[in-house]
Design a protein around this ligand. Sequence first.
Ligand SMILES: C[S@@+](CC[C@H](N)C(=O)[O-])C[C@H]1O[C@@H](n2cnc3c(N)ncnc32)[C@H](O)[C@@H]1O
Length: 237
Amino acid sequence: MRENPNYNDIYYQNTTSYSQIIDIVTEHVIPFSELDAPIDWEVFFGDARPVEIEIGFGKGRFLLEASKRHPKVNYIGVERAQKYVELTRERFEKYMRHFGVDKASGTFSNVRLAWTDANYFLTRYVLAESIQAYHIYFPDPWPKKRQRKRRIFRNQDFLAALMRTLKSDSGRLYVVTDYEEYFQEIQERLSDLPALHPVEENIGPDRDIATNFEMKYILEGRPIYRAVYEKVCLSTR
Ligand SMILES: C[S@@+](CC[C@H](N)C(=O)[O-])C[C@H]1O[C@@H](n2cnc3c(N)ncnc32)[C@H](O)[C@@H]1O
C-alpha cells in the first residue's frame, strides 16, 4: 500500500466492504465477495448480448431510458455513492409500479446496478475486450485546483482498464460534460491512447436521452460538450 494514498485510492480500498450488484427486477443482491472475477457476462446475464457500462449513473435517468429502449443490450450501471444507488433503484421501482410493468415481462432484466467504485470494478471484474460501450456523463470535474487529481480521466489505472476492457474495432466511449476546461483535458488525455479515435459525427444512438445533470444544465443555458470515441484494432493496421 502507498504511504499517502490519494482520494481515489481511499475510495478504492473502502469499496471492497460494501460492493454489490443489484438486480432491480428480482431484487437479488450479489456481494462482490460472491462474484467470480472477471465476470463472464454471458453466464452473468444468461445471454450473449452486448454489454454497455455507465459510470457514475447518479439518479439513473440515462440507465432507465437506455435499458428500456435497447432490450437487446445488457447494461451495468456503476455508482459509488449509496444515496444515488438507492435513488436509482427507487426510480426503476416507481417506473415499474406506475406503468404496471410485469416482472416476468423481461423489461429491465437487461440492467444491473453495481454499487462500487468504477476503478475497482473495471480493474478487477471486467474481462478484456468484453464491453461494447462506456457512457461517462458529467464526470465530477473537481474544479478546485488542489482537487483536480481526483478527476477520473487523470487516473492512469482507470484509463488502462477502460482500454483493456473495451472491444476492439467497434467499442465506444461516450463522454459528456458541461465543464469546458475538463473537456479539453479529457480530449488531450484520450488523444494519448493510440487505439482510441474520436468519431467525427459525435453522435450516439441515445444522444436524445438527457441525464439529470444534462436536464438541469440545459435549463440553466449552459453549453454542453460531447465526444464519442471508438477503439480500433491496432494490430491489423
Ligand atoms: C456529477 S455526477 C453525474 C451523474 C449523472 N451521470 C448525470 O449526468 O446526471 C457524477 C457521478 O459520478 C459518481 N462517481 C464519481 N466517481 C465515481 C467512481 N470512481 N466510481 C463510480 N461512481 C463515481 C458520483 O457519485 C456521481 O453520482
